[in-house]
Design a protein around this ligand. Structure first.
Ligand code: NAD
Length: 489
């Protein structure tokens, strides 16, 4: 099977004619090929988006766009099973998780349909100014052509987080999925087109980041860049954006802490910690990969975590009962196993660390836990993006908060304690955009999502996500017939 780019409502071969293999990480087999895009493909997609921005799309209301967003949500829901199965083959994640992602993507389109309608009500709203001779009206314009660059860990969902608000705002866009997981973005283009999205509003170009994403980031007709991915790529995207002062939002990596106090319910801690680091094979930007545990509870907790980690069923994501699938790619497998080797020299390996004995092929790694991890260790400081938990201990609340915040990242942080006042105090002290009390990872699409420090710039989701794609404009009218008085008085 082969797929082409989706540009201006048409399926188009790559200008360079190249193809990119898509590999099933559970079998290491190529099961599909997509167009390997280049700068000419990106230019064609941006030109289509620019033309669409100047066409009838510009005059649509939020209500018009809400109708399309709801039709997209409906189609995603009716194709949920097929889309989830594509996601499993592309990314490796277990089918129930993929079904959840697709459901969340549909929810995202419905949510931004509501926000699009609310935008109509916001248009023309007034701001009180302290001089009655003036009327100040607000107008929200779409930013223009948006470049949307997304990673491979939640392929359709990460695309939905950007495409849905961009449509709600009235932007046109070029979406660049990860070279490892390009398929559901192309399905989204097909679905959106069938749902009534005009030609050129959503274009999808597949290919390597250096050939396509980099061109998109530099393109002078792109007015907004919304990027999710690694810090290194985020820096290059932001640098490109700075060349012509594009608006840029960045959702980058993390090394999120989970602070556990002695009074926490051990079984609750076990469940949330396992979910927080092994869900999606640990390939989660907000994964709570650093456990900071109060000394008294540490030995018992580490024993319980180790026992539970050993019980996890590892295998092909399509197989019933699989809880942990393969990592997404050979590169990611090499990176994660490299960190595990580093960890063996820096800390105490409690469990895991290898390839599951029953799986000879596929990019599988056992759930892995390291204890006695020093704050100077690489596995404590660097984002591994795999099923690897690093554990250290603390004696006082201040020490726990300092350990949690001593990181170049600031995406998420969790605290577990029976003392809610203390938990709230610790959550308030966390330098992170997303904080959890007595849980880790649950996420709703209405609150803001995003990180501090090197975890990013700006916020997605909720109305913050919509505002990313809007230019607020003030229209100030002088209502009085009196002279303004600068020189006429
Ligand atoms: P990545 O940076 O390698 O790639 C992300 C995207 O950027 C891909 O589409 C890639 O093709 C493209 N790209 C690569 N080089 C480029 C360039 N020079 N210019 C423009 N685009 C380029 O990241 P990844 O490995 O796909 O994803 C994993 C990373 O994403 C992790 O660090 C993770 O924490 C982060 N992430 C963050 C969030 C969040 O919400 N903060 C969510 C998911 C993933």
């Amino acid at each position: 099977m082969q797929s082409k780019h989706f540009i201006d409502g048409q399926w188009r071969e790559s200008a360079g004619g190249g193809l990119l293999d898509v590999i099933n990480p559970a079998t290491e087999q190529v099961f599909h090929q997509v167009a390997a895009g280049n700068a000419a493909d990106v230019d064609a997609a941006v030109a289509a988006a620019k033309a669409a921005m100047q066409g009838p799309w510009r005059r649509t209301t939020g209500k018009d766009r809400a109708k399309i967003l709801r039709a997209i949500a409906e189609a995603i829901t009716s194709e949920q099973q097929a889309l989830a199965e594509i996601e499993v083959r592309d990314n490796g994640k277990p089918l129930p998780e993929a079904l959840g992602d697709i459901g969340d993507a549909a929810y995202c389109f419905n949510l931004y349909a509501t926000y699009a309608e609310e935008l109509d009500a916001r248009q023309g709203s007034r701001i009180e100014v302290p001089d009655a001779r003036f009327d100040c009206r607000l107008k929200y314009m779409p930013v223009g052509v948006a470049g949307l660059i997304v990673p491979w860990n939640y392929p359709l969902l990460m695309a939905a987080w950007k495409v849905a608000p961009a449509i709600a705002a009235g932007c046109t866009m070029v979406l660049k999925p990860s070279e490892f997981t390009p398929l559901t973005a192309l399905e989204l283009a097909r679905i959106a087109h069938a749902a009534g999205l005009p030609n050129g509003v959503l274009n999808v170009v597949t290919g390597y980041g250096r050939d396509t994403g980099a061109r998109l980031a530099l393109h002078q007709d792109v007015r907004k860049l919304a990027f999710t991915g690694s810090v290194a790529t985020g820096i290059s995207v932001a640098t490109a954006a700075a060349q012509d002062i594009k608006s840029v939002s960045l959702e980058l990596g993390g090394k999120s802490p989970i602070v556990v106090f002695d009074d926490a319910d051990v079984e609750q801690v076990v469940e949330w910690t396992m979910f927080g680091i092994f869900w999606n094979q640990g390939q989660v930007c907000s994964a709570t990969s650093r456990m900071i545990v109060e000394q008294g509870i540490a030995p018992k907790l580490i024993d319980r975590l180790s026992a539970e980690a050993k019980k996890i069923t590892i295998g092909d994501g399509m197989k019933d009962g699989t809880l942990l699938g393969p990592l997404v790619s050979a590169q990611q497998h090499k990176k994660v196993t490299g960190y595990i080797e580093t960890g063996r020299g820096e800390a105490t390996l409690v469990t895991g660390g290898g390839r599951p004995a029953h799986l000879n092929t596929g990019y599988f790694v056992e759930p892995t836990i390291f204890a006695d991890v020093k704050p100077s260790a690489r596995i404590w400081n660097e984002e591994i993006f795999g099923p690897v938990l690093a554990v250290t201990t603390f004696k006082s609340e201040d020490e726990a908060v300092a350990l949690a915040n001593t990181s170049e990242f600031g995406l998420a942080a969790a605290v577990m304690s029976a003392d809610l006042a203390r938990a709230e105090r610790v959550a308030d002290a966390f330098e992170a955009g997303v904080c959890w009390i007595n849980c880790s990872q649950p996420n709703f699409l209405e609150p803001p999502w995003g990180g501090m420090k090197k975890s990013g710039v700006g916020r997605e989701l909720g109305t913050w996500g919509l505002n990313n794609f809007l230019e607020p404009k003030q229209v100030l009218t002088y209502k009085s017939t009196e002279p303004w008085g600068w020189y006429l008085k």
